[in-house]
Design a protein around this ligand. Structure first.
Ligand code: 2U9
Length: 340
């Protein structure tokens, strides 16, 4: 038995020293110290020894086990070190290589305009409101005092979802909903996407963007409208900007007007941007028609209001000198990066 113990000690001592991975080492541990391992099996035979031999053999067997365990622990440390070295050798990082550049996005000119516009009106006490893009034809046309036979209701001009629902052709239904839901005073700005059945060209698109505003309270007059919109123009286009109001006609406002601002490129002298007139048309506006107030549940004998509406794509195009509306929808990164 003594020889067998010495043989196990020597044999496994060599194997352990040669082991180069944690898996091989574990395999050896099972083979020698495991339940059915060589040393364990040998120790089971101790019972067959004489009383005199047993203590000596027991002592020797423990020494052999301890020796094997120590060698294993030592080899394990070496293997871990070796494995680390291997990993480091494999995963060398060349810190002089150029990194992969992360593309930095930029804001869409339309968003820049919407945010600027919203900031101006929030500063004047307005809230920003949103509404559904699929809208009741009633809210999109009837509530706005638009005649039943008006051409804008035609299938050629409006996308119908069914006979009662349309893709909104203006953001006005947001104001209709607000008036139906709330009592005056109302001061809201409603920016959003709108749809009209137009062919695509440099100035038309079936999808475009508008912002409309609405103020309703007791004693609101045309001078509130002019004062508010003049202030907006000076904030948006520069403090030297002048405004002028030309009479116009809309079904939802009476009286109605269009507002021009002095050209912010030539300051009124005349240039290509303003078609050599010195003025740029910016928005439509007017006093909310009493029929519209009433149908939205507001007493037109007590309250009055003004409203305005503007095309945001057009404003962004004028502001940034963009010559073709289609560029606004293509999202070509080379185009977008110009508007940091
Ligand atoms: C309600 C009452 C009144 C909104 C208004 C305009 C004048 C206007 C156009 C500008 C260019 C639309 O994008 S565009 O084609 N809009 O001129 N919009 S007043 O008046 C309202 C809206 C809702 C309940």
């Amino acid at each position: 038995m003594k020889d067998k113990l010495k043989q196990i000690q020597q044999q496994y001592g060599e194997k352990i020293a040669q082991a180069t991975s944690s898996e091989v080492l574990e395999d050896l541990r099972v083979k020698v110290l495991g339940k059915k391992g060589e040393l364990t099996t040998l120790l089971r035979d101790m019972g067959k020894l004489s009383k005199e031999e047993r203590p000596m053999m027991g002592k020797l067997a423990n020494e052999v086990r301890e020796d094997i365990e120590n060698r294993m622990a030592l080899q394990k440390e070496r293997i871990i070190e070796l494995e680390y070295e291997e990993t480091f050798a494999k995963e060398v990082i060349d810190i002089t290589l150029p990194g992969t550049k992360k593309a930095v996005g930029s804001r869409h000119p339309l968003n820049i305009v919407v945010e600027h516009l919203s900031d101006i009106f929030i500063g004047l006490g307005f809230t920003i409101e949103e509404g559904p893009e699929i809208e009741w034809a009633e809210y999109n046309f009837d509530h706005l005092n638009i005649p039943k036979d008006h051409t804008s209701r035609d299938f050629q001009d409006t996308f119908y979802v069914d006979e009662n629902m349309v893709l909104r052709t203006q953001t006005s239904p947001i104001q209709v909903r607000t008036m139906m839901d709330r009592k005056p005073p109302i001061r809201i700005l409603a920016p959003g996407r709108v749809y009209r059945s137009d062919e695509i060209d440099a100035t038309h698109s079936p999808v475009f963007h508008q912002a409309e505003g609405l103020v309703v309270d007791e004693g609101i007059t045309m001078s509130d409208l002019k004062g508010t919109l003049d202030l907006f123009a000076k904030e948006m286009f520069g403090p030297e900007t002048k405004t002028k109001f030309r009479p116009h006609q809309f079904y939802f406002t009476e009286p109605s007007a269009e507002m021009d601002v002095t050209c912010f490129v030539c300051h009124g002298k005349g240039c290509r941007v303003c078609n050599h007139t010195g003025w740029i048309e910016i928005l439509g506006c007017g006093m909310v028609h009493p029929n519209v107030l009433e149908v939205c549940g507001i007493d037109s004998t007590k309250y009055s209001g003004f409203a305005f509406g503007m095309g945001l794509d057009r404003i962004a195009m004028i502001k940034y000198g963009i010559g073709d509306l289609r560029l606004m929808f293509e999202n070509d990164i080379r185009f977008l990066q110009q508007f940091k």
